[in-house]
Design a protein around this ligand. Structure first.
Ligand SMILES: [Zn+2]
Length: 456
């Protein structure tokens, strides 16, 4: 292992230059003007793997942008197989005038590499490529069997990946998945992300009279849909932030005492400072941190009805609409939760209005791997060795659909080992990544693959 680390030490400058070449390609997946650039970025990955010594490395066509598939399976049948997933496509760089340096002309300033994709996800993909190459160039082999899947459509919702994963199960089959497309809670604070929330939603509309009505002539005789909507929504959550939809919590996996300790140890956010909200709220019996990380939520994302213009307009609006979404936790099934929400709304709709509901087609299940899983414990230990600091364990309120797909289609653990920082400005102007995290991240991966090799 020492020779691999030495090699990485010696090739720091070369690797930074190679990464800059990769970042130089404007692989913006949403913009058809960049179709050729997308292919160039894919080719860069495929060539890198080939040059590193992968036995198989190719661009695979999809109905959209190609994915890069690579394979090195010489570690033997008894060695574990990892599938490394990432993406080479990036978000558009707009607004361009807000960039201090050109988004596709990478530049290091004050220890950070600035470029679109530096953190999300080309920079982190490159760390994996460089580490695999370092192993092969020094020891002639990898500590385990490796499959690589780097797609070009992540920033446009991974439009074709689910079908491909479903169709080519044999190709992608592995013992676990590794994804470096997330971040640490703070720079130099190693972080293990071991859970993500699921997601479901719907739109609810209440209709009253055929048209907006004069509030003096009809107020008192006709139900106001905006008021009816407020009354209906208010039946869904009480003042203690508990969702009052029957059955909502029935399948929720309880939060263990061990996990509560982990969450307490993880650095928290001072929400009033970071958000400007006057105070912090949380579900009764849970801290705000526990609520965001590990308890389901129900939110009104938007409400609209009636007159929105200047001054007064004395009407009873004809209808009122609200958009609702839930973030879900392990145990909860998105479509079952949607059914519960619909049943609740139907039961509680006030008299004098009619209810119509549109179900949000996008949904995802929550994902969680046990923090005690050896694959996770090895990741924490590798981070600690490299960053000289204990790793903290967190779950995240967000959702990453591809993680759920690997879980659902392959039933294998997904290790989320991200090296970004909160200052990276993903998707925004001046995206960057700390140069130091490239080096430390690569060292972490060397330690990790060695540990996983000896797991059996
Ligand atoms: Zn990403």
């Amino acid at each position: 292992m020492k020779e691999v680390l030495d090699y990485l030490e010696k090739t720091q400058t070369t690797h930074l230059e190679e990464l800059k070449q990769f970042l130089h390609i404007p692989s913006v997946s949403t913009d058809s003007n960049h179709k050729e650039d997308i292919r160039k970025a894919a080719q860069f990955v495929a060539d890198y793997l080939k040059e590193a010594g992968f036995t198989r490395s190719e661009m695979q066509e999809t109905p959209g942008h190609p994915l890069v598939y690579g394979e090195w399976m010489e570690a033997g049948k008894s060695a574990p197989t990892v599938l490394i997933y990432g993406h080479y496509d990036v978000q558009p760089p707009d607004p361009l005038d807000q960039w201090q340096s050109e988004p596709f002309a990478p530049e290091v300033r004050e220890g950070r590499l600035f470029a679109r994709g530096a953190s999300d996800d080309k920079g982190q993909v490159f760390m994996h490529l460089a580490v695999l190459k370092a192993f092969l160039k020094t020891t002639g082999e990898l500590p385990l069997n490796v499959k690589v899947c780097i797609e070009g459509e992540e920033e446009i919702g991974s439009a074709h990946l689910y079908d491909i994963l479903q169709q080519r199960k044999e190709q992608f089959q592995a013992d676990f998945v590794m994804i470096s497309d997330s971040g640490m809670v703070a720079k130099d604070q190693p972080t293990i992300l071991y859970g993500l929330k699921g997601f479901t939603g719907l739109e609810v509309t209440l209709k009253g009279p055929e048209n907006d009505l004069h509030s003096g002539l009809y107020g008192g005789a006709v139900k106001n849909p905006a008021m009816a909507l407020a009354q209906l929504l208010a039946t869904m959550k009480n003042a203690e932030e508990v969702v009052t939809v029957a059955g909502f919590y029935d399948e929720v996996e309880p939060l263990s005492e061990d996990e509560r300790v982990l969450m307490k140890e993880a650095p928290g956010e001072d929400y009033p400072t970071s958000t400007g909200a006057p105070s912090t709220i949380s579900e009764k019996g849970y801290t705000a941190k526990e609520h965001t990380m590990a308890r389901p939520t129900l939110e009104i994302n938007g409400m609209y009805s009636g007159y929105q213009g200047e001054g007064t307009k004395t009407i009873i609006p004809a209808e009122a609409t609200a958009k609702l979404t839930c973030r879900l936790v392990p145990g909860q099934d998105p479509s079952a939760i949607q059914d519960l929400l619909v049943a609740h709304l139907e039961k509680h709709v006030p008299e004098g209005v009619t209810l119509s509901i549109t179900r949000e087609p996008l949904s995802a299940k929550a994902y969680k791997v046990s923090p005690d899983h050896p694959l996770i414990q090895h990741a924490a230990a590798s981070l600690t060795e490299t960053f000289a600091k204990e790793a903290v364990f967190v779950r995240m309120g967000g959702s990453i659909p591809v993680v759920e797909w690997f879980d659902a289609l392959y039933q294998i653990p997904v290790v989320l080992l991200g090296f970004g920082t909160p200052e990276d400005r993903l998707h925004s102007p001046n995206e960057s990544f700390p140069v130091e995290h490239f080096h430390k991240g690569m060292q972490t991966l060397v330690h990790y693959w060695e540990k996983v090799k000896n797991m059996q």
